[in-house]
Write a protein that binds this ligand. Structure first.
Ligand code: NI
Length: 174
């Protein structure tokens, strides 16, 4: 396992659409382990493969709190099958957009179909934080970021601020 460099805005790769996974081999399993290690190291609750520069439809999530047992879930080729009319609002942050939090309204409940690490097709009904997190991460697989929910003006301001404060250029580890 290894901790990967997390890519931040304004890197173009974050806007790309990730490709479906056709076979789960040792590369995909290693990637999933690396994603978990990278996510836990950054104190995140979700991370998509594109955020470490790999355009595969793979993401990992663990929304357990500090006092709870860890609950890592990996999703391969996840798709949202159903959403509730009821919505919830969270102030969302993103490991690819440092120090930015944006209130986003999303469906409160969603049903996700995905393939697990053993290649089994699964369904998961997600509510609350898990629902928000999976929707945020699936957005990543489609090249969409939380700042895309804002006006262009606000979005440009945030990207400018982040670009200025950055000490190092983006590095992509593949
Ligand atoms: Ni994110």
């Amino acid at each position: 396992m290894s901790i990967k460099n997390i890519i931040t805005v304004p890197s173009e790769i974050l806007k790309k659409i990730s490709e479906p996974v056709e076979k789960i081999g040792s590369n995909e399993k290693k990637l999933i382990n690396d994603l978990f290690e990278t996510m836990y190291n950054s104190k995140g609750i979700g991370l998509a493969a594109v955020q470490v520069g790999i355009l595969k439809r793979i993401l990992v999530i663990d929304v357990s709190t500090k006092d709870e047992k860890k609950n890592p879930i990996s999703f391969i080729n996840p798709t949202i099958k159903k959403v509730s009319d009821e919505t919830s609002i969270y102030e969302e942050g993103c490991l690819s957009i440092p120090e930015t939090f944006i209130e986003i309204e999303r469906p409160k409940i969603c049903e996700v179909e995905y393939i697990d690490i053993d290649g089994k097709k699964r369904n998961l009904k997600c509510d609350g934080l898990l629902s928000t997190c999976i929707q945020h991460e699936i957005n990543h697989l489609d090249g969409k970021l939380i700042i895309d929910h804002l006006s262009k003006l606000k979005k440009d301001m945030i990207i400018k601020k982040i670009s200025k404060s950055k000490k190092n250029p983006d590095r992509i580890l593949v």
